[in-house]
Design a protein around this ligand. Structure first.
Ligand SMILES: Cc1cc2nc3c(=O)[nH]c(=O)nc-3n(C[C@H](O)[C@H](O)[C@H](O)COP(=O)(O)OP(=O)(O)OC[C@H]3O[C@@H](n4cnc5c(N)ncnc54)[C@H](O)[C@@H]3O)c2cc1C
Length: 456
């Protein structure tokens, strides 16, 4: 065998697997194979001047490389079992929380010290939400900020680089069962190991499907979340974000009884493009450094769609809606809330005259031509509900960018040790369908590393 453990993917799941293996079983020979670049070489070519929109690089600098999908993210580590994944259903609530707290400590020791931990529990705002038909979920939130998050990753990399073999720009094409372990096929040849941890994230979801087919690992289709990114002046939400930073608020619509929720709140942040498998969607982030902050706050409003038989391709459904917005807008589309409710397309003039400056250059358009009515009606209802706890949310000039899609990987059948039916083959992080956040993905990495160390 070339290695004791091969890790596929250098996102939070892969990084924390390697970190914990280095700490608990330093004698093991560990390698990480990663499609993307090392951290310092991850540069998106969009410079806003020569290149203004996505050119579809072979490996996306935003999604792939050391740090994974979260490398340029806001670095919000939500320490909770209430959202961000269902890791607790496999390993228990207590252990899941303890692991997320452990990850938080590691981040603090590696450059995150001094960042703020917010808590939503028992806040005045929770009461206000209840009084207005909104439900605020409980969580502790560590906000590293995009800049500190990057520093933490730099520090973790230099620590891991002492003992872990990194193979960047080396996608794993396939995994084979061999006598006593696994062989991974890459452009640089075949590498073998006794144990293999797959942590290929959301960008590796299609590849993961082929792995499960090849190795006969059962899967279940999952869900997709569809919605918009809302951008408004910072002041509208400041009474909430100053105290809680991130608030996850859930609302049940009157019309369809659907659940709409806020997601990824970025005070003084920026709206950004996201490229998943060539489809441009929208996301947001914010910096800890005041010099890099903006005058706006952004957050997503999402509606989850769960499909029943015979339809299985929930991600395909989300992709089709995102493709429609790409077709009409050449990328992401933006519309003023006032234009949306009046049934008119936003145009460049109306966006320019608005009392808010968009942080993302997007094509003014009409979201009602893209989003299914049921989803759009739910979003409009929630904006009016939020207006009661944050007056100004339903202002005409509130900007809605579309579409935001949260793709979920199919759920891979794994045991309570996060191991597949093949002994020593683990599937963790977002590609397992079990996690969809930095903290849960990282915690799943620590969990399997400890499992491997304990079974040595
Ligand atoms: C813009 C943005 C902002 C976000 N902000 C937050 C936030 O603030 N808080 C939060 O909790 N979550 C956030 N998320 C989500 C979070 O980043 C993910 O949940 C998390 O990164 C999942 O970690 P992971 O290790 O499972 O997968 P990823 O981080 O996706 O890492 C997987 C890695 O595997 C590599 N890979 C894929 N296939 C292969 C292959 N075949 N061979 C080799 N390598 C492969 C990929 O290149 C990638 O680097 C954000 C995501 C984005 C895109």
């Amino acid at each position: 065998m070339n290695y004791d453990v091969i890790i596929i993917g250098a996102g939070p799941g892969g990084i924390f697997s390697a970190f914990e293996l280095q700490r608990t079983a330093p004698e093991l020979k560990v390698a990480i194979f990663e499609t993307g670049n090392s951290l310092e070489k991850r540069v998106c070519p969009i410079d806003g001047k020569k290149i203004t929109s996505c050119i579809g690089c072979k490996s996306c600098a935003i999604m792939n490389g050391f740090g994974g999908a979260g490398a340029f993210s806001d670095g919000k580590y939500n320490i909770t079992n209430q959202f961000g994944g269902t890791l607790h259903e496999y390993i228990g609530k207590k252990e899941a929380l303890e692991l997320m707290e452990y990850v938080d400590r590691i981040n603090l020791e590696h450059g995150g010290g001094g960042t703020k931990l917010y808590s939503t529990a028992n806040s005045e705002f929770k009461k206000l939400c209840m009084q207005n038909g909104l439900h605020l979920l409980d969580a502790s939130v560590r906000h590293l900020g995009t800049d500190i998050n990057y520093k933490v990753l730099e520090n973790l990399y230099s620590k891991l680089n002492d003992s872990v073999d990194f193979h960047f720009n080396t996608p794993v094409h396939s995994i084979k069962l061999i006598d006593g372990g696994y062989a991974v096929e890459t452009d640089k040849g075949e590498f073998t190991a006794e144990k293999c941890i797959i942590s290929a994230g959301r960008s590796g979801s299609k590849w993961m499907e082929t792995v499960c087919r090849d190795l006969d690992i059962p899967t279940r289709s999952n869900r997709v979340d569809i919605g918009v990114r809302v951008e408004l002046p910072y002041e509208v939400f400041s009474h909430i974000t100053d105290k809680l930073y991130e608030s996850k608020i859930v609302y049940r619509t009157e019309k369809f009884q659907d659940l709409v929720r806020t997601f990824c709140m970025n005070p003084k942040g920026a709206v950004v493009n996201e490229n998943t498998n060539g489809i441009v969607t929208v996301n947001g982030h914010s910096y800890e450094d005041p010099a890099l902050q903006t005058d706006n706050t952004n957050f997503a409003l999402l509606v989850s769609k769960h499909f029943s038989e015979p339809f299985k391709d929930s991600n395909g459904y989300g992709e089709s809606i995102a493709r429609l917005s790409n077709m009409l807008g050449g990328g992401v589309m933006v519309q003023r809330f006032g234009d949306l409710v009046r049934g008119q397309r936003s145009n460049a003039k109306r966006i320019e005259e608005a009392f808010i400056t968009p942080t993302l250059t997007a094509t003014p358009g009409d979201l009602s031509l893209v989003m299914p009515k049921r989803i759009l009606d739910g979003i409009i209802e929630m904006i009016y509900a939020l207006d009661k706890v944050a007056p100004g949310t339903a202002n005409d000039d509130t900007l809605l960018y579309g579409v935001e899609v949260k793709f979920y990987n199919m759920e891979v059948e794994i045991s309570e040790r996060l191991e597949t039916r093949h002994k020593g083959l683990y599937v963790i992080g977002d590609c397992s369908g079990v996690t969809h956040s930095l903290s849960h993905a990282s915690a799943s990495g620590v969990f399997v590393a400890r499992d491997i160390a304990s079974r040595k």
